[in-house]
Design a protein. Structure first.
Length: 331
């Protein structure tokens, strides 16, 4: 295990983070019924300074979840509805001509909606590739360039993009290389019967619950730094790398079903995000260092969009999640 710094061994900071996380979940729970696993993964992604792709049919409170998270963290929230006619400058901003008091003119940068702490990119697959690329480049670089000047985006900076898994006609699916920029791919399922009853009861009677901020932007940044410094044992890192390596059909360690069902496996970024996600999980739960089980808990969300199934998998009705679960079972 790498030698931890004095900060990572600070039990007081760890306890504060665990307490803040519990209060955060409690505040989100005032508005969002159920979806505990989804909330956990979204918070993990935020704390790890990643970005998330959230997939679910309409009406599952994707927008409400992100808006509630931003409110509970006292962060600036911005929503962009992606449409086929959306241009890159509609997201990043553009140079406009302004008149001065003496009658002169000059260019002034008008910031786009991406200049916020939490950005909801709604239905990202409904806009052309050039507009998708503008968002994804800003996610990667955390700045935009206009008129030859670079403008740094706000910090903390978290993008959550949504996709509707139905009605794919006329959409622009993100290429695998672009999907790799998202730390997690999280799927929302329908609520259980009891949860849906509670949703209907709470949303059709009286005003909505008010969310109280439980963490400032400065505190969030401190916790993000703390998470990065959590120590990890070598066996946990090796387990993550081994799991990712086994998704590659050309690898000597990959099982036969991977060679049959996958065209491409996950790259090194998957290993990085598995470990980073495991560190975040352990810190949120008040544990000083992650274990292999934390890697397993992160596996589906990290790997689902990083492995490409082959025609054989489609013919046999085998999904990427099926393959990941078989790998986790040690097959």
């Amino acid at each position: 295990m790498s030698s931890p710094t004095s900060e990572t061994q600070d039990p007081e900071t760890l306890d504060e983070l665990n307490d803040a996380y519990n209060r955060l979940r409690e505040e989100i729970g005032k508005v969002i019924v159920g979806q505990e696993d989804i909330i956990e993964m979204v918070v993990v992604c935020l704390m790890a300074r990643g970005h998330a792709l959230l997939i679910g049919v309409p009406g599952l409170a994707k927008t409400l979840l992100v808006r509630t998270l931003a409110g509970a963290l006292d962060l600036d929230f911005s929503r962009v509805q992606f449409t086929p006619d959306l241009m890159p400058s509609d997201i990043t901003g553009t140079e406009i001509i302004q008149e001065t008091m003496d009658g002169g003119r000059h260019f002034e940068f008008a910031a786009g909606p991406i200049f916020a702490n939490v950005i909801l990119a709604d239905e990202i697959n409904r806009t052309p590739p050039k507009t998708q690329a503008a968002l994804l480049e800003a996610m990667q670089e955390q700045h935009v360039t206009a008129g030859g000047e670079t403008h740094t985006l706000d910090d903390p900076f978290f993008v959550l993009a949504t996709q509707n898994p139905i009605e794919q006609e006329g959409t622009y699916p993100l290429p695998e290389a672009q999907l790799d920029r998202f730390m997690l791919n999280v799927w929302l399922d329908y609520p259980s019967f009891d949860q849906e009853v509670e949703v209907v009861r709470t949303t059709t009677a009286g005003p909505h619950a008010e969310v109280t901020p439980v963490m400032s932007a400065e505190e969030l940044e401190e916790y993000q730094d703390f998470v990065r410094q959590i120590p990890v044992a070598d066996n946990v890192i090796e387990y993550a790398v081994q799991l990712v390596s086994r998704t590659r059909p050309e690898s000597d360690s990959s099982p036969e079903f991977v060679e049959d069902y996958l065209s491409y496996g996950a790259g090194p970024r998957a290993s990085q995000y598995l470990v980073l996600g495991a560190k975040t999980l352990s810190a949120l739960e008040g544990r000083m260092t992650p274990v292999e089980e934390d890697i397993r808990r992160m596996a589906v969300s990290v790997l689902r969009h990083r492995i490409v199934t082959s025609f054989n998998a489609e013919a046999d009705d085998v999904s990427s999640v099926d393959i990941i679960e078989r790998l986790l079972d040690g097959e």
